[in-house]
Design a protein around this ligand. Structure first.
Ligand SMILES: Nc1nc2c(ncn2[C@@H]2O[C@H](COP(=O)(O)OP(=O)(O)OP(=O)(O)O)[C@@H](O)[C@H]2O)c(=O)[nH]1
Ligand SMILES: [Mg+2]
Length: 310
């Protein structure tokens, strides 16, 4: 009697890896992360430079685990905060098994010539190009010359037109990642969604509402710190005290608004979203404070959660 070869007896090898989502600001990286996970964990806004930190999103499938890493948009920094954001991307690229470069399908392929994307070209891991927002291209044949131009750049293993907002093409992207994932054990337990602490998620949710309800410089001059977060009572009410830091007293007045109206809108919208996410009532005690020029102040940046971790 012959024994079958070992390979046919054992289960297919488990695969795992880190995959960074990178690209210029506002191209839809965080929207794509949320779509890939089927759940919103990263904040999104119509304004550029929304994401400031590295955000992991863990996708566990039968036989594979993909750790997606959302990153700030690559840009030419003009403040210490901007430098931190760009350094965060460089660090996220250090030990990845794959990169998804996100770009808008409507943009000219020459946008990738920008120097701010340099850190990307030093990466040895395979790069997939996700051409996002295809829903904005009514005549899909218009994509052909664009795709052709990217192919000629010779930098990408695959080009995938998709819509992070509506979902088209996103499964194909995931399949493409899976086929390139190296063998390896899972990094996290199967039910883990992210490794960011709850306080980060809460602060980010508040920050998203600042992007939504304030304009011009205000969302950029704002940072949020959760001072206290506790579960109280049998109903599991979540009690949060958070502070919005701005750079000047005039900005504080704007964030509060006449009769507190703006702060109230921010607080209500954040609370609703947090209640939906945590599934318990949330009490949100929201304050505004001034921390002069925090975006230029290394010490303040650290205190507000903008520090590189290994
Ligand atoms: N029409 C359309 N809009 C999209 C799509 N994906 C994202 N957007 C929009 O693009 C804007 C930016 O989305 P984000 O996900 O915040 O982009 P980002 O790349 O993470 O931006 P930064 O964090 O600032 O670098 C938001 O208004 C999204 O709704 C898409 O597939 N189609
Ligand atoms: Mg983002």
């Amino acid at each position: 009697m012959t024994t079958p070869p070992e390979a046919s007896m054992s289960a297919p090898e488990h695969r795992s890896g880190f995959v960074a989502l990178v690209g210029r600001p506002n191209v839809g990286k965080s929207t794509l992360l949320n779509r890939l996970l089927g759940q919103k964990i990263a904040i999104v806004s119509s304004k550029p430079q929304t994401t400031r930190n590295r955000i992991t999103g863990i996708r566990t499938l039968p036989g594979a685990q993909i750790v997606y890493v959302d990153t700030p948009g690559l840009h030419h920094p003009r403040s210490r905060l901007g430098e931190f954001m760009v350094a965060t991307v460089a660090q996220a690229l250090e030990a990845v098994d794959g990169v998804v470069l996100v770009e808008e399908a409507t943009a000219s392929p020459t946008v990738l010539d920008d120097e701010s994307l340099e850190p990307l070209w030093r990466v040895s891991a395979p790069i997939l190009l996700a051409l996002n927002k295809v829903d904005r291209v009514p005549d899909k044949s218009a994509l052909l010359p664009v795709l052709d131009a990217y192919v000629r750049q010779g930098r990408f293993q695959e080009l995938i037109p998709l819509s992070a907002l509506h979902g088209d093409g996103v499964e194909r992207l995931e399949q493409s990642i899976l086929t390139r994932l190296p063998p390896g054990p899972p990094f996290y337990p199967a039910d883990t969604l992210t490794d960011q602490p709850e306080t980060f998620f809460v602060a980010e949710t508040i920050r998203e509402k600042l992007f939504l309800f304030t304009r011009q410089e205000i969302p950029y001059a704002s940072a949020v710190r959760v001072e206290e977060l506790e579960d109280r009572g049998p109903a599991g009410r979540l009690s949060v005290r958070a502070v919005i830091f701005v750079e000047q007293p005039s900005q504080k007045a704007i964030v509060i608004g006449a009769g507190g109206a703006v702060l109230k809108r921010i607080g209500q919208a954040a609370r609703r979203e947090l209640e939906a996410f945590f599934g318990v009532p949330v009490y949100l005690d929201l304050w505004v404070d001034v921390r002069r020029h925090w975006r230029r102040d290394v010490q303040a940046l650290r205190e507000l959660g903008y520090r590189l971790t290994s």
